[in-house]
Design a protein around this ligand. Structure first.
Ligand code: NCD
Length: 334
């Protein structure tokens, strides 16, 4: 089992297939170990000498709590800043100085920020100080959400465990693909798998942007662009549904809407989905998945949430170099 050299986790370009697969395997072990009190205590002893800052200056429920819980699983103590009105930024301090201050107190900074590349900038500037700490990007603007992509891959991998894994699968991404960072990051991770075909299902103005399509071309990943969800549903092994990202409207000058009912899963079109296909959603959901769909065994978005916590435990343990301890503990006890 190789030790990873990942320090900052800023974008999916840093991952290769073996890293992603190792992260999934590690997440599986962690969730087994955490089932017993002795196992949970072992995990919580691994990094109980570390502290983390969660700097989330964009709305978040799941990702914030997921990281918070993942840190707790490993014994890491957390502090948080979620509202810059309560920090010295209100006194005119730059965000860079605020974050440099955190680095004096903690060993890990997990950040969600509306600006693309902000996490990269902070990581680069901390690298030039005497107090470098790892930065994890928990969502950067409309651009990237690398840890969501890791947990999405983990969820797909578990779903297709007995069907040859992710290789060869057909996966549809539906909704506001232009402004949805989850689909952008996930598309790039999926391009590492063999013979995957992606379907980008969105109105033309909300389609996947050319920067991602060009990268898929380079990887020779097949994809189809369409606005017809009902045509795609019977063909795919997974549907990844996303919401309209209208919080960006003001930035872009005006309201941008589409008819969400055409990009939604409901009891009507659910009938066309293969019996062994799965439905994912990064959440939060609005009306793009009808509540009645939750009872269908193919709806796995609530399991996806829990997978996220284990996948992030695995990631943090890789960053701090304790994945070997977890693997060794697993081998000796299971
Ligand atoms: C996503 C995000 O923040 O990009 N949520 C999440 O992290 N689970 C998706 C979204 O907000 O639509």
């Amino acid at each position: 089992m190789g030790q990873s050299n990942l320090y900052h986790c800023l974008n999916v370009h840093q991952f290769d297939r073996s890293f992603v697969e190792e992260n999934c395997a590690l997440a599986d072990k962690v969730r087994d170990i955490a089932k017993s009190k002795t196992g949970a205590e072992y995990l919580a002893s691994l990094l109980n000498h570390k502290r983390a800052m969660l700097y989330f200056v964009q709305p978040s429920t799941r990702t914030f709590l997921s990281f918070y819980s993942s840190c707790q699983v490993l014994g890491i103590k957390c502090a948080e800043v979620r509202d810059t009105k309560t920090s010295s930024e209100i006194k005119g301090e730059s965000e860079e100085d605020t974050i440099r201050t955190f680095s004096s107190y903690v060993d890990l900074i997990i950040m969600r920020h509306p600006k693309e590349n902000f996490a990269d900038k902070i990581a680069a500037s901390l690298d030039n100080t005497g107090r470098r700490v790892p930065i994890i990007n928990a969502g950067s603007g409309k651009d990237q959400h690398p840890t969501q992509a890791l947990l999405d891959i983990y969820t797909l991998q578990r779903s297709f465990k007995h069907r040859g894994g992710i290789d060869g699968k057909k996966i549809a991404m539906v909704g506001d693909l232009r402004r949805g960072r989850t689909c952008r990051s996930l598309s790039l991770l999926l391009s590492m798998f063999d013979d995957v075909k992606l379907y980008f299902v969105a109105p033309r103005e909300f389609q996947m942007t050319t920067d991602i399509l060009e990268l898929l071309n380079i990887c020779k990943t097949k994809y189809e662009i369409t606005d017809d969800l009902n045509k795609v549903i019977p063909e795919v092994d997974a549907v990844y549904v996303t919401r309209l990202q209208d919080e960006w409207d003001t930035d872009e000058g005006g309201t941008q809407k589409y008819d969400v009912s055409r990009y939604s899963i409901n009891l009507g079109n659910l009938r066309m989905l293969k019996p062994d296909a799965v439905i994912l959603h990064p959440l939060p959901r609005r009306e793009e998945i009808a509540l009645e769909v939750d009872a269908d065994p193919r709806a796995i978005y609530w399991r996806q949430v829990r997978n996220g916590m284990w996948s992030r435990v695995a990631l943090i343990s890789q960053i701090f170099g304790c994945s070997k301890n977890i693997n060794d503990y697993y081998i000796s006890n299971y």
